[in-house]
Design a protein around this ligand. Structure first.
Ligand SMILES: [Fe+2]
Length: 297
């Protein structure tokens, strides 16, 4: 196993870690060619056999099992080939990019994160080309996941905690009135620098490495100042038996494409895509959980 205990400890502490994978150069070339084809054609990823080869590779499942402390896991979401294309100058300052872009995607409590199996989404970003800092490397604020999950542990009502983990995008104030999350926000922590003024780290990587991300912590997309795109394929996983919330449109999409993806997998790999959806509940921005914002905000 190339995912070591030390790296697992780093994930728990920082909310992100980059690990190696067993993919050969030849396999990476095929995966990257599939990525290029899919970007060009706009076809559904599960129609491409070389994409399927990546998604059903046992390594991701093994990493997810270890990460989630689970005997069995399954896909929660399969990211389409993901692109961070070159951005035209002028480039916004680091401070502005972070202040405007930082957010979380998963809402969960620290008890969820520390449970066995872990009630968290395992997000695996598989890099098909190098990710130097200037090629739109994702920015991550190490350790923020723990403070924010602690906050949810402290303030959420029990009946709401029972509806976690869920995909629920939130950011620190100010939150625009035009966003669906409004007026929910992530408060600054007592006695520390405001979130939007902190300095995130670039998640740099070599081709073939995997970023394991806990998106219950703050992270941000970043402008790609290079002249080639950043290329990724991603999957996300959950432990069997853990219920997960998704907004209606995302839940509908999963229920639509999982059966089609499943039909393309080798018979010995179909277990990574469930054929029932009792583990997947709908969770939207409405009705609002009023403890997630101040009435006066
Ligand atoms: Fe995100």
């Amino acid at each position: 196993m190339m995912f070591t205990d030390t790296q697992l400890a780093q994930y728990e502490k920082h909310g992100a870690v980059t690990i190696d994978s067993p993919f050969t150069t030849d396999q990476l070339d095929r995966a990257e060619a599939a990525w290029d084809r899919l970007k060009q054609s706009g076809h559904e990823p599960y129609e491409d056999p070389d994409y399927i080869e990546v998604i059903q590779h046992p390594y991701f499942e093994e990493v997810a099992k270890k990460l989630l402390r689970a005997n069995t896991v399954h896909l929660w979401w399969g990211l389409a080939p993901h692109e961070r294309p070159p951005t035209n100058p002028p480039y916004a300052s680091n401070r502005d990019q972070w202040a405007n872009g930082c957010h979380i995607d998963i809402q969960a409590t620290l008890e969820d994160f520390e449970a066995t199996p872990r009630r968290m989404r395992a997000e695996l970003w598989f890099w098909l080309n190098d990710v130097p800092a200037h090629r739109g490397a994702m920015r991550i604020l190490p350790g923020s996941h723990r403070h924010i999950m602690e906050h949810w542990s402290r303030i959420l009502q029990p009946d709401h905690k029972a509806q976690l983990p869920r995909v629920h995008g939130l950011r620190p104030a100010p939150v625009s009135k035009n966003t669906p999350a409004f007026p929910e926000y992530i408060p600054d922590m007592y006695n520390s620098t405001p979130w939007i003024q902190q300095d995130p780290s670039p998640a740099v990587a070599h081709r073939g490495q995997i970023l394991i991300l806990c998106s219950a912590g703050l992270h941000s997309a970043w402008m790609n100042e290079d002249d080639v795109p950043r290329k990724a394929m991603g999957t996300s996983w959950v432990a069997t038996g853990v219920s997960c919330g998704l907004p209606k449109n995302q839940r509908d999409a999963v229920m639509d494409f999982f059966p089609r993806l499943r039909s393309k997998l080798r018979p010995d790999r179909t277990h990574i895509v469930p054929d029932t959806f009792d583990w997947l509940f709908e969770s939207n921005y409405h009705p609002k959980w009023t403890e997630t914002f101040l009435a006066t905000y």
